[in-house]
Design a binder for this molecule. Structure first.
Ligand code: FES
Ligand code: FES
Length: 158
């Protein structure tokens, strides 16, 4: 079957087999390897992408379910090709160690801040609850998200 979807603002038509997951299409057919495969069963969040505004596990989604939809991956976070505010803050605060969880963390955090620009600490924890990190202990990640949110509220449009 032919799948039509938009990824990071670019329209694609991809020939797939019905059993392929969205994760497979992103990584193996479109070469977007920033989205990681950890558990492959919806437990770790490493494969998180944003589909029509919602953070979803791409290992649990059939590619066919993305027909006509708009997907954002870690490669599409910064339109200019540099780092966006969350990515820079993660680096600044040491919220990245091995980095395997980082794309998924960033996609979940991005989806949160797009819908809820001024989240409480509980909101941030809830939004990242499906993303596991074996390295950082989470504090730096939570602080980075809270810091970017606070800055955006203080300096809208910055
Ligand atoms: S690889 Fe998808 S949730 Fe772990
Ligand atoms: S930085 Fe290594 S799993 Fe999170």
């Amino acid at each position: 079957m032919n799948l039509h979807l938009t990824v990071n603002g670019v329209a694609h038509e991809v020939a797939i087999v019905p059993t392929e997951r969205l994760l497979d299409v992103l990584r193996d057919r479109l070469g977007l390897t920033g989205t990681k495969e950890g558990c492959a069963e919806g437990e770790c969040g490493a494969c998180t992408v944003i589909v029509d505004g919602l953070a979803l596990n791409s290992c649990l989604m059939l590619a066919a379910q993305a027909e006509g939809r708009s997907v954002t991956t870690i490669e599409g976070l910064s339109a200019a090709g540099g780092l966006d505010a969350l990515q820079s803050e993660f680096i600044e605060r040491g919220a990245v160690q091995c980095g395997f969880c980082t794309p998924g963390m960033l996609m979940s955090a991005t989806a949160l801040l797009r819908t809820q620009p001024d989240p409480t600490p509980t909101d941030v924890r809830a939004a990242l609850a499906g993303n596991l990190c074996r390295c950082t202990g989470y504090s730096a990640i939570l602080d980075a998200v809270a810091s970017v949110a606070a800055r955006a509220v203080e300096q809208p449009g910055d």
